[in-house]
Ligand binder design. Structure first.
Ligand code: ACO
Length: 322
């Protein structure tokens, strides 16, 4: 019998502290109108001093487990996507496993920057399809605010903190229809965050903060996401009109609008969380998906296209029959 991965639970967590564009404009030379017009962002959440990627992941994961109506101990595999792990090791996945009081399952992290949740979903899908796992928890959790240089107006306006989770289970009907993931390390210099404690690849004295040539990233992102839409539809022999919802990575409304145009979709069919969350990197797609599932926009049987683009460059998509 053919096996598919089906979404049985979703969850999300946003820290309480809200940082507005006005707050940021007191720190750097920018304005609410510039940020909103260029990005679509008005506010973002900032994790408290006691919070970590694992603590936020736990809250999102427990919501997904509760929605699924299973015991945490039934989970076979935990994959956490994060670029802001609690520790270099153990993985945030292992820390989360312990927090969830699970003894036996496999747990690890994936690092694919903003595409991390799609990479995690792709790995989970392969494990379930192959029969290697029955129940897989994927979580994207990020404390971007601690990787941002709050004096750099080119990046500090963009990012926020949060966690999203999805629980997948094996079934005999779709399910995740397909996933498509890609990497091109040739763009390292356009978007990176050094780990100065371990290495300075360029030999430069760099801070451990996000460095981005935003305008160049923007152009590659728009073109690449256009191509991934074509690739995903062709692989499933589907037409643009077959897709009910677009759940994009929340980096910039102008990038998202370009992908929606490519799909000939109205913005009413696009799940947008950017305005009040900013770019939460690997958490953003799962947070948006959770929101639209829980408020009833995404309904059982509908076709949902998730996509993301991030540092690496990495990019990918997942087409799901919810
Ligand atoms: N406020 C006011 N002015 C600003 C700001 C700011 N916050 N930031 C830049 N500017 C200025 C620049 O200095 C420049 O001024 P100049 O013309 O005098 O030189 C001007 O605005 C235009 O700058 P651009 O960088 O060309 O602005 P752009 O329209 O490209 O917007 C932005 C910048 C919002 C960063 C955009 O390029 C973007 O969203 N890029 C993509 C980000 C992304 O998708 N990243 C991938 C995922 S993130 C991850 O993987 C971790």
């Amino acid at each position: 019998m053919k096996r598919f991965a089906k979404v049985i639970g979703t969850g999300g967590y946003l820290p309480a502290t809200i940082r507005s564009n006005e707050d940021i404009s007191k720190r750097v030379d920018t304005s609410d109108s510039w940020i909103f017009e260029r990005t679509g962002i008005k506010t973002r959440r900032i994790a408290g001093p006691e919070e970590t990627a694992a603590s936020m992941a736990e809250i999102a994961a427990r919501q997904a487990i509760e929605m699924a109506g299973i015991e945490a101990g039934e989970i076979d595999l935990i994959i956490v996507a994060t670029g802001s792990p609690d520790r270099v090791y153990p993985s945030t996945g292992c820390i989360l496993q312990h927090r969830l009081e699970i003894q036996q399952c496999v747990a690890f992290d994936v690092q694919a920057a903003c595409s991390g949740s799609i990479f995690a979903m792709s790995i989970a899908d392969q494990y379930i399809k192959s029969g290697a796992a029955d129940k897989v928890l994927i979580v994207g959790s990020e404390i971007c605010s601690r990787l941002v240089d709050w004096t750099d107006r080119g990046t500090c306006i963009l990012f926020g903190d949060g966690a999203g989770a999805v629980l997948l289970e094996s079934t005999d009907e779709p399910g995740v229809l397909s996933t498509h993931i890609h990497s091109d390390g040739g763009f390292e210099d356009l978007l990176y965050c050094p780990n100065p404690q371990v290495a300075t690849a360029s030999g430069k004295d760099e801070k451990g903060v996000i460095h981005m040539r935003g305008n160049e990233v923007f152009k590659v992102a728009v073109n690449t996401l256009g191509r991934i839409v074509d690739e995903t539809l062709a692989a499933n022999n589907l037409d643009k009109s077959d897709v009910d919802w677009l759940v994009p990575h929340q980096a910039n409304t102008r990038i998202i609008a370009a992908t929606a145009r490519k799909l000939k979709m109205s913005m009413d069919q696009v799940v947008l969380t950017l305005e009040n969350q900013g770019n939460t990197s690997s958490a953003s797609v799962l947070l948006a998906f959770n929101e639209a599932v829980r408020d009833g926009r995404i309904k059982r049987g509908q076709i949902v296209l998730l996509e993301a683009f991030g540092a690496g460059f990495t990019w990918g998509s997942a087409l799901i029959k919810y």
